[in-house]
Design a protein around this ligand. Sequence first.
Ligand SMILES: Cc1cc2nc3c(=O)[nH]c(=O)nc-3n(C[C@H](O)[C@H](O)[C@H](O)COP(=O)(O)OP(=O)(O)OC[C@H]3O[C@@H](n4cnc5c(N)ncnc54)[C@H](O)[C@@H]3O)c2cc1C
Ligand code: FES
Length: 266
Amino acid sequence: MIEESVFIEFNRQMGNDIWLMGFRSEALASLAKPGQFLMIRIQGNSQDPLIRRPFSIHGIGEGNIILILYQTVGRFTSLLSLTRNHDQISVIGPLGKGFRLPGSKQGAVLVAGGMGLAPMYFLAQALPPDARRNAKLFIGFSTFQGAGLIDLIKGLGLQVSLATEDGSMGFTGTVTDLFEQAIDRDAPEEPVIYACGPHAMLKKIAQKAGRLNLTCYVSLESYMACGLGICLGCAIRAARNQDTEYYYVCKDGPVFSAEIIDWEAL
Ligand SMILES: Cc1cc2nc3c(=O)[nH]c(=O)nc-3n(C[C@H](O)[C@H](O)[C@H](O)COP(=O)(O)OP(=O)(O)OC[C@H]3O[C@@H](n4cnc5c(N)ncnc54)[C@H](O)[C@@H]3O)c2cc1C
Ligand code: FES
Protein backbone atom coordinates (compact mmCIF):
# COMPACT_ATOMS: atom_id res chain seq x y z
CA MET A 1 0.00 0.00 0.00
CA ILE A 2 1.29 3.46 -0.85
CA GLU A 3 0.19 7.07 -0.37
CA GLU A 4 0.86 9.25 -3.37
CA SER A 5 0.13 12.72 -4.68
CA VAL A 6 -0.70 12.49 -8.37
CA PHE A 7 -1.67 14.86 -11.17
CA ILE A 8 -4.90 14.27 -13.04
CA GLU A 9 -4.20 13.50 -16.72
CA PHE A 10 -7.84 13.65 -17.82
CA ASN A 11 -11.33 13.84 -16.35
CA ARG A 12 -14.03 13.18 -18.95
CA GLN A 13 -17.81 13.07 -18.76
CA MET A 14 -18.93 9.66 -20.05
CA GLY A 15 -22.65 9.71 -19.29
CA ASN A 16 -25.35 11.85 -17.66
CA ASP A 17 -23.57 11.86 -14.31
CA ILE A 18 -20.68 9.47 -14.89
CA TRP A 19 -17.06 10.51 -15.27
CA LEU A 20 -13.82 8.75 -16.16
CA MET A 21 -10.65 10.09 -14.58
CA GLY A 22 -7.06 9.04 -15.20
CA PHE A 23 -3.76 9.71 -13.47
CA ARG A 24 -0.30 8.22 -13.86
CA SER A 25 1.17 5.98 -11.17
CA GLU A 26 3.79 3.36 -11.93
CA ALA A 27 3.66 2.09 -8.35
CA LEU A 28 -0.12 1.58 -8.28
CA ALA A 29 -0.12 0.07 -11.78
CA SER A 30 2.33 -2.60 -10.65
CA LEU A 31 0.62 -3.33 -7.30
CA ALA A 32 -3.10 -3.15 -8.08
CA LYS A 33 -5.33 -6.20 -8.51
CA PRO A 34 -8.89 -6.15 -9.95
CA GLY A 35 -11.45 -5.44 -7.23
CA GLN A 36 -9.10 -3.38 -5.07
CA PHE A 37 -9.82 0.25 -4.31
CA LEU A 38 -8.21 3.59 -3.48
CA MET A 39 -9.03 6.18 -0.82
CA ILE A 40 -8.95 9.56 -2.58
CA ARG A 41 -8.75 13.16 -1.39
CA ILE A 42 -8.69 16.26 -3.58
CA GLN A 43 -5.65 18.44 -2.90
CA GLY A 44 -5.50 22.22 -2.99
CA ASN A 45 -6.43 25.02 -0.62
CA SER A 46 -9.52 23.24 0.63
CA GLN A 47 -9.72 20.17 2.86
CA ASP A 48 -13.35 19.80 1.80
CA PRO A 49 -14.60 17.13 2.33
CA LEU A 50 -12.19 16.12 5.08
CA ILE A 51 -12.70 12.39 4.82
CA ARG A 52 -11.26 10.52 1.86
CA ARG A 53 -13.69 8.58 -0.31
CA PRO A 54 -13.29 5.01 -1.63
CA PHE A 55 -13.20 4.30 -5.38
CA SER A 56 -12.56 1.06 -7.23
CA ILE A 57 -9.63 0.89 -9.58
CA HIS A 58 -11.53 0.85 -12.85
CA GLY A 59 -8.57 -0.29 -14.93
CA ILE A 60 -5.03 0.37 -16.01
CA GLY A 61 -4.43 2.24 -19.25
CA GLU A 62 -1.30 2.56 -21.34
CA GLY A 63 1.60 4.37 -19.70
CA ASN A 64 0.57 3.29 -16.17
CA ILE A 65 -2.59 5.38 -16.22
CA ILE A 66 -4.89 4.45 -13.35
CA LEU A 67 -8.55 4.81 -14.33
CA ILE A 68 -11.35 5.76 -11.95
CA LEU A 69 -14.98 5.64 -13.09
CA TYR A 70 -17.31 7.59 -10.81
CA GLN A 71 -20.81 8.91 -10.52
CA THR A 72 -21.59 12.32 -9.05
CA VAL A 73 -23.82 11.62 -6.05
CA GLY A 74 -22.76 14.18 -3.44
CA ARG A 75 -20.22 16.74 -2.29
CA PHE A 76 -16.99 14.87 -2.99
CA THR A 77 -17.88 13.39 -6.34
CA SER A 78 -19.28 16.75 -7.52
CA LEU A 79 -16.00 18.46 -6.55
CA LEU A 80 -14.06 15.66 -8.25
CA SER A 81 -15.97 16.25 -11.48
CA LEU A 82 -14.79 19.89 -11.40
CA THR A 83 -11.10 18.98 -11.26
CA ARG A 84 -9.07 19.51 -14.41
CA ASN A 85 -5.85 18.20 -15.99
CA HIS A 86 -2.85 18.86 -13.72
CA ASP A 87 -4.96 19.28 -10.58
CA GLN A 88 -3.63 17.15 -7.74
CA ILE A 89 -5.29 14.40 -5.76
CA SER A 90 -3.91 12.26 -2.96
CA VAL A 91 -4.47 8.52 -3.20
CA ILE A 92 -3.92 5.67 -0.73
CA GLY A 93 -3.94 2.13 -2.05
CA PRO A 94 -4.32 -0.36 -3.46
CA LEU A 95 -6.60 -1.43 -0.61
CA GLY A 96 -8.68 -4.48 0.21
CA LYS A 97 -8.99 -7.91 -1.31
CA GLY A 98 -9.84 -8.23 -4.98
CA PHE A 99 -11.44 -10.81 -7.24
CA ARG A 100 -10.13 -14.37 -7.55
CA LEU A 101 -9.76 -15.00 -11.29
CA PRO A 102 -11.56 -18.02 -12.80
CA GLY A 103 -9.68 -21.29 -13.35
CA SER A 104 -8.59 -22.22 -16.87
CA LYS A 105 -11.76 -24.29 -17.52
CA GLN A 106 -14.19 -21.84 -15.93
CA GLY A 107 -16.17 -19.11 -17.71
CA ALA A 108 -16.57 -15.61 -16.28
CA VAL A 109 -20.00 -13.99 -15.96
CA LEU A 110 -19.82 -10.37 -14.81
CA VAL A 111 -22.90 -8.55 -13.51
CA ALA A 112 -22.79 -4.78 -12.90
CA GLY A 113 -25.59 -2.63 -11.49
CA GLY A 114 -24.96 1.09 -12.14
CA MET A 115 -21.59 2.10 -10.76
CA GLY A 116 -21.02 -1.59 -10.05
CA LEU A 117 -19.45 -1.33 -13.50
CA ALA A 118 -16.45 0.40 -11.92
CA PRO A 119 -14.38 -2.68 -10.93
CA MET A 120 -15.53 -4.85 -13.85
CA TYR A 121 -13.34 -3.28 -16.53
CA PHE A 122 -10.17 -4.11 -14.58
CA LEU A 123 -11.46 -7.64 -13.95
CA ALA A 124 -12.09 -8.07 -17.70
CA GLN A 125 -8.63 -6.65 -18.46
CA ALA A 126 -7.07 -9.28 -16.18
CA LEU A 127 -8.76 -12.27 -17.87
CA PRO A 128 -6.60 -14.24 -20.32
CA PRO A 129 -7.57 -13.37 -23.96
CA ASP A 130 -9.59 -16.57 -24.56
CA ALA A 131 -11.47 -16.27 -21.29
CA ARG A 132 -12.17 -12.62 -22.04
CA ARG A 133 -13.64 -13.35 -25.47
CA ASN A 134 -15.99 -15.89 -23.89
CA ALA A 135 -16.81 -13.78 -20.85
CA LYS A 136 -20.28 -12.27 -20.54
CA LEU A 137 -20.95 -8.91 -18.97
CA PHE A 138 -24.45 -7.81 -17.96
CA ILE A 139 -24.76 -4.11 -17.19
CA GLY A 140 -27.85 -2.36 -15.83
CA PHE A 141 -28.65 1.33 -15.47
CA SER A 142 -31.89 3.03 -14.54
CA THR A 143 -31.61 4.95 -17.83
CA PHE A 144 -29.19 4.85 -20.77
CA GLN A 145 -26.01 6.73 -19.90
CA GLY A 146 -24.53 7.10 -23.40
CA ALA A 147 -22.69 4.91 -25.85
CA GLY A 148 -19.19 5.97 -24.74
CA LEU A 149 -19.34 4.02 -21.54
CA ILE A 150 -20.54 0.79 -23.15
CA ASP A 151 -18.13 1.13 -26.11
CA LEU A 152 -15.22 1.46 -23.69
CA ILE A 153 -15.87 -1.92 -22.12
CA LYS A 154 -16.94 -3.56 -25.40
CA GLY A 155 -13.48 -2.56 -26.66
CA LEU A 156 -12.05 -5.27 -24.39
CA GLY A 157 -13.77 -7.90 -26.53
CA LEU A 158 -16.17 -9.51 -24.06
CA GLN A 159 -19.87 -10.15 -24.76
CA VAL A 160 -21.81 -7.21 -23.35
CA SER A 161 -25.59 -7.07 -22.71
CA LEU A 162 -27.31 -3.95 -21.43
CA ALA A 163 -30.49 -3.50 -19.39
CA THR A 164 -32.20 -0.21 -18.61
CA GLU A 165 -35.09 0.03 -16.19
CA ASP A 166 -36.88 2.66 -18.31
CA GLY A 167 -36.28 0.74 -21.56
CA SER A 168 -34.21 3.56 -23.11
CA MET A 169 -31.70 0.98 -24.43
CA GLY A 170 -31.32 -2.79 -24.48
CA PHE A 171 -33.40 -5.12 -22.30
CA THR A 172 -36.19 -3.38 -20.38
CA GLY A 173 -35.89 -4.22 -16.70
CA THR A 174 -33.23 -4.72 -14.11
CA VAL A 175 -29.85 -6.28 -14.70
CA THR A 176 -30.87 -9.00 -12.24
CA ASP A 177 -33.79 -10.01 -14.50
CA LEU A 178 -31.50 -9.97 -17.53
CA PHE A 179 -28.90 -12.07 -15.71
CA GLU A 180 -31.45 -14.58 -14.39
CA GLN A 181 -32.92 -15.15 -17.85
CA ALA A 182 -29.53 -15.47 -19.52
CA ILE A 183 -27.98 -17.79 -16.96
CA ASP A 184 -30.98 -20.13 -17.26
CA ARG A 185 -30.74 -20.07 -21.07
CA ASP A 186 -27.08 -20.24 -21.99
CA ALA A 187 -24.62 -20.27 -19.12
CA PRO A 188 -21.02 -20.93 -20.10
CA GLU A 189 -19.47 -24.13 -18.78
CA GLU A 190 -18.58 -23.92 -15.08
CA PRO A 191 -19.46 -20.23 -14.79
CA VAL A 192 -18.03 -18.10 -12.02
CA ILE A 193 -20.25 -15.12 -11.23
CA TYR A 194 -18.72 -11.73 -10.38
CA ALA A 195 -21.21 -9.10 -9.25
CA CYS A 196 -21.05 -5.50 -8.09
CA GLY A 197 -23.91 -3.08 -7.47
CA PRO A 198 -26.56 -2.22 -4.88
CA HIS A 199 -26.97 -4.69 -2.00
CA ALA A 200 -30.51 -5.74 -3.04
CA MET A 201 -29.22 -6.69 -6.48
CA LEU A 202 -26.25 -8.58 -5.04
CA LYS A 203 -28.52 -10.50 -2.69
CA LYS A 204 -30.64 -11.72 -5.62
CA ILE A 205 -27.58 -12.67 -7.67
CA ALA A 206 -26.09 -14.50 -4.67
CA GLN A 207 -29.37 -16.39 -4.09
CA LYS A 208 -29.59 -17.39 -7.76
CA ALA A 209 -25.95 -18.53 -7.79
CA GLY A 210 -26.61 -20.48 -4.58
CA ARG A 211 -29.63 -22.27 -6.10
CA LEU A 212 -27.55 -23.23 -9.15
CA ASN A 213 -24.58 -24.15 -6.97
CA LEU A 214 -22.30 -21.70 -8.79
CA THR A 215 -19.24 -19.94 -7.40
CA CYS A 216 -20.12 -16.29 -6.88
CA TYR A 217 -18.02 -13.33 -5.79
CA VAL A 218 -19.62 -10.03 -4.83
CA SER A 219 -17.98 -6.65 -4.40
CA LEU A 220 -19.69 -4.77 -1.57
CA GLU A 221 -19.97 -1.08 -0.78
CA SER A 222 -20.09 0.44 2.66
CA TYR A 223 -19.48 3.85 4.18
CA MET A 224 -15.77 4.00 4.85
CA ALA A 225 -14.15 6.53 7.14
CA CYS A 226 -10.63 5.08 7.05
CA GLY A 227 -10.52 2.27 4.47
CA LEU A 228 -7.71 0.72 6.49
CA GLY A 229 -9.37 -1.52 9.09
CA ILE A 230 -9.02 1.03 11.92
CA CYS A 231 -12.42 2.70 12.47
CA LEU A 232 -14.47 -0.55 12.29
CA GLY A 233 -17.25 1.45 10.64
CA CYS A 234 -17.62 -0.85 7.65
CA ALA A 235 -18.64 -4.00 9.54
CA ILE A 236 -21.10 -6.44 7.95
CA ARG A 237 -22.44 -9.62 9.48
CA ALA A 238 -20.86 -12.92 8.50
CA ALA A 239 -23.05 -15.93 7.66
CA ARG A 240 -23.86 -18.11 10.71
CA ASN A 241 -21.47 -20.92 9.75
CA GLN A 242 -18.41 -18.64 9.68
CA ASP A 243 -15.85 -18.50 12.49
CA THR A 244 -16.31 -14.77 12.91
CA GLU A 245 -19.37 -12.62 13.59
CA TYR A 246 -18.33 -9.67 11.39
CA TYR A 247 -16.31 -8.92 8.32
CA TYR A 248 -14.90 -5.50 7.55
CA VAL A 249 -15.58 -4.44 3.98
CA CYS A 250 -12.35 -2.44 3.66
CA LYS A 251 -9.92 -5.12 4.78
CA ASP A 252 -11.72 -8.48 4.43
CA GLY A 253 -13.35 -7.29 1.17
CA PRO A 254 -14.66 -5.42 -0.72
CA VAL A 255 -14.80 -8.69 -2.67
CA PHE A 256 -16.33 -11.62 -0.77
CA SER A 257 -17.37 -15.11 -1.66
CA ALA A 258 -21.19 -14.74 -1.66
CA GLU A 259 -21.84 -17.63 0.71
CA ILE A 260 -19.92 -16.13 3.66
CA ILE A 261 -22.21 -13.07 3.94
CA ASP A 262 -25.36 -12.86 6.09
CA TRP A 263 -27.62 -11.48 3.32
CA GLU A 264 -30.61 -11.08 5.62
CA ALA A 265 -28.66 -8.70 7.89
CA LEU A 266 -27.14 -6.63 5.07
C1 LIG B 1 -14.95 -0.17 -1.91
C2 LIG B 1 -15.76 0.92 -2.57
C3 LIG B 1 -15.52 1.21 -3.90
C4 LIG B 1 -16.27 2.22 -4.52
N1 LIG B 1 -16.01 2.47 -5.82
C5 LIG B 1 -16.70 3.44 -6.46
C6 LIG B 1 -16.41 3.74 -7.82
O1 LIG B 1 -15.52 3.14 -8.42
N2 LIG B 1 -17.13 4.72 -8.40
C7 LIG B 1 -18.12 5.42 -7.73
O2 LIG B 1 -18.74 6.29 -8.32
N3 LIG B 1 -18.39 5.15 -6.45
C8 LIG B 1 -17.69 4.20 -5.79
N4 LIG B 1 -17.96 3.95 -4.48
C9 LIG B 1 -18.96 4.80 -3.79
C10 LIG B 1 -18.29 6.15 -3.47
O3 LIG B 1 -17.32 5.97 -2.47
C11 LIG B 1 -19.37 7.12 -2.98
O4 LIG B 1 -20.24 7.38 -4.04
C12 LIG B 1 -18.73 8.42 -2.55
O5 LIG B 1 -18.04 8.22 -1.34
C13 LIG B 1 -19.80 9.47 -2.36
O6 LIG B 1 -19.19 10.63 -1.85
P1 LIG B 1 -19.93 12.04 -1.99
O7 LIG B 1 -19.28 12.99 -1.01
O8 LIG B 1 -19.97 12.45 -3.41
O9 LIG B 1 -21.39 11.72 -1.56
P2 LIG B 1 -22.02 11.85 -0.09
O10 LIG B 1 -22.40 13.29 0.11
O11 LIG B 1 -21.14 11.20 0.90
O12 LIG B 1 -23.31 10.99 -0.32
C14 LIG B 1 -24.26 11.34 -1.33
C15 LIG B 1 -25.26 10.23 -1.52
O13 LIG B 1 -24.59 9.03 -1.91
C16 LIG B 1 -24.85 7.98 -0.99
N5 LIG B 1 -23.59 7.26 -0.77
C17 LIG B 1 -22.43 7.77 -0.33
N6 LIG B 1 -21.47 6.84 -0.22
C18 LIG B 1 -22.06 5.68 -0.58
C19 LIG B 1 -21.61 4.33 -0.67
N7 LIG B 1 -20.39 3.96 -0.34
N8 LIG B 1 -22.51 3.41 -1.07
C20 LIG B 1 -23.74 3.73 -1.39
N9 LIG B 1 -24.23 4.98 -1.33
C21 LIG B 1 -23.41 5.95 -0.94
C22 LIG B 1 -25.35 8.66 0.26
O14 LIG B 1 -26.33 7.87 0.93
C23 LIG B 1 -26.01 9.91 -0.24
O15 LIG B 1 -27.34 9.65 -0.60
C24 LIG B 1 -17.25 2.94 -3.81
C25 LIG B 1 -17.49 2.64 -2.47
C26 LIG B 1 -16.76 1.63 -1.86
C27 LIG B 1 -17.01 1.31 -0.43
S1 FES C 1 -13.56 1.77 6.83
FE1 FES C 1 -12.57 1.92 8.71
S2 FES C 1 -12.47 -0.17 9.32
FE2 FES C 1 -13.27 -0.29 7.32
